[in-house]
Design a protein. Structure first.
Length: 159
């Protein structure tokens, strides 16, 4: 009887987690405006998806740029996975620091190359970190990082 109860609880937990992540993904589509930074994120697929998820989970308020980059920079779970993926400090945290202070409404074309370079480095770092995870794990990991949830990602993938 104990096994059946444990199995039921685990199954229910998995289903609820799946629906919770799926609802977050469908809510992304409801936002009409993601803010000024979205136009810069066009070629950066992973970073754009993460940003849209973050804005959608914060009531579609478009002025979330600095908070989004701060969430990435302060996530211990992401830091652990970046280290496991052998992403260096210069490849991820320096570009994040550069982007936190930008006023996206007043960006000059002079800075465009630097901004695209920083966004590219961050996107590549995220792709490298996610490359060993299943799609479902990637969605869950994104939610853990951006919503500061308790993490089950303390395990280490074998090399």
């Amino acid at each position: 009887m104990g096994f059946l109860k444990a199995f039921t609880i685990i199954t229910l937990w998995i289903l609820l987690s799946f629906f919770w992540v799926s609802m977050g993904q469908s809510k992304e589509m409801e936002c009409k405006n993601y803010g000024e930074v979205e136009s810069w994120l066009g070629p950066h697929v992973v970073l754009r998806d993460w940003y849209q998820f973050y804005v959608a989970r914060h009531a579609c308020l478009p002025q979330q740029e600095a908070e989004f980059f701060k969430a990435l920079a302060s996530s211990e779970t992401l830091s652990t996975k970046l280290n496991q993926a052998k992403v260096t400090f210069d490849q991820f945290y320096i570009p994040i620091a550069n982007l936190i202070d930008i006023d996206w409404k007043k960006v000059k074309e002079v800075k465009a190359q630097n901004i695209q370079s920083d966004l590219t480095l961050i996107d590549i770092s995220l792709k490298k970190t996610l490359s060993k995870m299943s799609t479902l794990d990637q969605d869950y990991f994104r939610a853990v990082v951006l919503l500061d949830l308790p993490s089950e990602f303390a395990f280490i993938y074998p090399e």
